[in-house]
Design a protein around this ligand. Structure first.
Ligand code: C5P
Length: 255
């Protein structure tokens, strides 16, 4: 059974559950990325490329995924002065990224520059606008680390909601946030604001360095638009079987 929901941008269409799972290609080489995509044929339609593969293989990584007809979440988490971020987002969009992200803590001017860049490239190249999302607080951080290491006095959840609202005021499409904050962000930012959540652990899998995790079903039930899963899929003996398990968990939660 497909869950139906309307999303913005390129995703302005009815999105099937399986299109709401993004698999992270956190590998060092293009060949390894190709092998993983081969093993998940017909199951995954969007892949996430992070700083690991983007740094190792550059734009070719984006082209390889796009050539197969899949969406690319360009997870570079840009955080720099507005002009630099704007030009970097424009470059990612020209390469064919369907989702790009920046750190919300870079501030409003920086986020507006990112949003404007994505709009301009879409208009110029007559292509769908990439979704521009803001990273709130990394899912590998918890309250103690945020307070004691980073020196933030605000409660973690309030900080996440604050940054999500700032991203919305800056005109961005949504946020990347921990599954534990989905409900609070939905309440604060409304039904059309996109929430993409990493830190997902299918039933029975290892946590790794993630501190604030939920299962795929729990994240769907809480109102996530997209979930990103990395290690549980690419470290699985049978990645395709793991993807199918995740689809089932997502679908069961929405029945
Ligand atoms: O392997 P795992 O499922 O933990 O992978 C999660 C992916 O999502 C990683 O590529 C990580 O960089 C990314 N991510 C995250 N937390 C964020 C933003 C992105 O874990 N806040």
């Amino acid at each position: 059974m497909w869950h139906r929901r309307y999303l913005k941008g390129e995703n302005r269409q009815v999105v099937k559950v399986k299109d709401r799972l993004i698999v992270a290609l956190d590998v060092d080489e293009l060949d390894a990325a190709e092998r993983l995509m081969d093993r998940m044929q017909g199951l995954v339609s969007q892949y996430k490329l992070g700083t690991q593969l983007l740094t190792a293989a550059g734009p070719e990584a984006v082209q390889r995924v796009r050539r197969r007809g899949f969406g690319v979440f360009y997870d570079a988490k840009f955080h720099d002065i507005p002009r630099t971020v704007g030009t970097a987002v424009a470059a990612a969009c020209r390469l064919g990224a369907t989702i790009v992200n920046v750190h919300a803590s870079g501030g409003k001017d920086m986020m507006q520059a990112a949003g404007r860049a994505a709009d301009e490239v879409a208009k110029k190249l007559k292509q769908p606008k990439a979704l521009v999302l803001a990273v709130t607080v990394l899912t590998s951080l918890n309250q103690k680390m945020v307070e004691e290491e980073i020196g933030l006095k605000r409660d973690l959840k309030n900080q996440v909601v604050h940054l999500a609202q700032l991203a919305q005021e800056s005109g961005l499409d949504g946020v990347v946030a921990s599954p534990h904050e989905i409900k609070a962000i939905r309440e604060a930012c409304g039904p059309t604001f996109i929430i993409l959540t990493p830190g997902i652990r299918p039933t029975g899998s290892e946590l790794g360095d993630q501190k604030r995790t939920l299962t795929p079903g729990e994240a769907m039930a809480a109102g996530a638009n997209y979930i990103v899963v990395g290690r549980p899929v690419y470290e699985a003996k049978d990645p395709a079987a793991m993807v199918r398990q995740i689809h089932r968990e997502m679908e069961d939660a929405l029945k």
